[in-house]
Design a protein around this ligand. Structure first.
Ligand code: AMP
Length: 417
């Protein structure tokens, strides 16, 4: 479907052209007309489906075609992480470039200057506010955020926000919004708690389902069955064995991220790290170095598994088995984006074997167990079959389906905040 069929304003069409979008993705085809018809929406759509533009485009169009701009913040997009807020703000800037729609990203970790700019924009009223829950709540508590004319609320990656414990913050923010508004909820998964949130917030929502819980076929998936202490030597071996240009290593804990990065650097591998202990500036700098190809290896916690749009990664390593099948799909989905092919390796220690088997069931695929180099020593047997206790049932290990510039007044455009 061509974008001209949505009847968008010419200025928005220019931004779409400039962003290089030619045809609408399936989620855009389904969601955009519903938003233009003022429907509330609950959509299960993952990162990579084009869901960001699916809500940004109709919102920008509605805002530019409104007869009177009000002096309130008009649309509020709540997201789980700063990185996602920055990324959406960048999309926003590109798509709205030829319009006079203003936007601002509001997220934690900034300095005093950022706070002053946010306060100024939120007091004057921006057209689109992209925020993380905690930081927005802090601003609202100060009493200057203009919300009386708010018309649109978007909850993006809602399952992730609930997993991160943002339920109360989100409800606090919603309590301060006018009851009459259009609500859009996007979530990669639809567990019961998301349905309950939807029942509280949405009015007669249209339901859209674009879930792709299966990894892209272009990703070569392999697993290594190892002991925990063989993992660091195995990363080093794999990185030395072939010259990968862009490698993303996911670890479940900050501690492993720090330790692995340290060890890789000692071994002469140019590796950077991203985790929640790092200052925002530092995180942005590392991401920028990685994105630009100057840092070949990035070791990260799950902060980067969802919603982050980095192309050209040739190898994703799951240093440990993700706790959640959806996280596995998100992590390995960082590779083989665009047209490129990609490889995803997962390291399985003995205590992670059953969890990995559950992931294989979720993605409906038996993943090849690759040979571990002999010089790493003997490896454990792969035997993930659940043990039956005498008289007992199976133990459950895994629950499937669980879930640049700072303020973007449109960069250098006039009319921006
Ligand atoms: P998202 O799922 O929103 O994170 O989008 C994933 C990637 O697809 C981003 O790089 C978008 O810029 C890109 N994208 C979104 N819509 C389209 C489209 N209609 N055509 C081409 N690329 C798109």
């Amino acid at each position: 479907m061509n974008f001209s069929e949505f009847g968008f304003d010419d200025r928005l069409m220019e931004g779409i052209d400039a962003s290089g979008y030619e045809t609408a993705t399936p989620v855009q085809e389904q969601v955009i007309p519903l938003i233009l018809q003022n429907r509330d929406i609950i959509a299960s759509a993952q990162t990579g489906t084009g869901k960001t533009a699916a809500f940004l485009l109709p919102l920008i169009n509605k805002i530019i075609t409104q007869a009177h701009q009000n002096h309130s913040n008009t649309a509020l997009i709540i997201v789980p992480t700063r990185e996602l807020a920055i990324q959406i703000a960048q999309h926003m800037e590109g798509l709205s470039y030829f319009t006079s729609v203003s936007s601002i990203a509001v997220y934690g970790g900034g300095d005093g200057n950022a706070f002053i700019q946010e306060k100024k924009a939120l007091s004057a009223g921006a057209d689109v506010v992209i925020c993380t829950p905690g930081k927005m709540m802090a601003h609202i508590k100060m009493g200057y955020v203009k919300l009386d004319g708010l018309q649109y609320l978007v909850l993006d990656e809602a399952d992730r926000m609930l997993d991160m414990g943002f339920y109360d913050d989100i409800m606090f923010i919603i309590k301060h919004l006018p009851p009459k508004r259009q609500n859009l909820l996007f979530s990669a998964t639809m567990p019961q708690k998301i349905r309950e949130l939807a029942r509280k917030i949405l009015h007669n929502p249209a339901e859209v389902n674009i879930a792709i819980s299966k990894p892209n076929e272009k990703i070569v998936q392999e697993a290594f069955v190892v002991f925990e202490e063989q993992k660091i030597p195995l990363v080093k071996h794999l990185l030395h064995q072939k010259n990968f240009a862009m490698v993303l290593v996911f670890c479940s804990s900050k501690l492993s991220v720090k330790q692995l990065t340290r060890d890789l650097r000692k071994a002469g591998i140019n590796a950077g790290e991203i985790h929640s202990d790092l200052e925002q500036d530092k995180r942005e700098e590392v991401l920028m170095l990685f994105n630009s190809g100057r840092l070949p290896v990035l070791v990260a916690t799950d902060i980067l598994s969802r919603g982050i749009d980095i192309d050209n990664i040739d190898l994703v390593i799951n240093y440990d088995v993700p706790h959640d099948g959806e996280d596995y799909v998100h992590r390995i989905g960082r590779t083989a984006r665009a047209a490129a092919e990609g490889t995803a390796y997962t390291f399985i220690s003995p205590k992670e074997q059953r969890r990995f088997a559950a992931i294989e069931r979720l993605v409906d695929k038996t993943i090849t167990k690759a040979t571990v180099p002999e010089n790493l020593g003997p490896v454990p047997q792969y035997n993930p079959a659940p043990q039956r206790k005498p008289g007992g049932g199976k133990k459950r290990f895994f629950k499937p389906g669980k879930g640049k510039g700072r303020p973007h007044g449109g960069g250098n455009r006039p009319n921006a905040n």
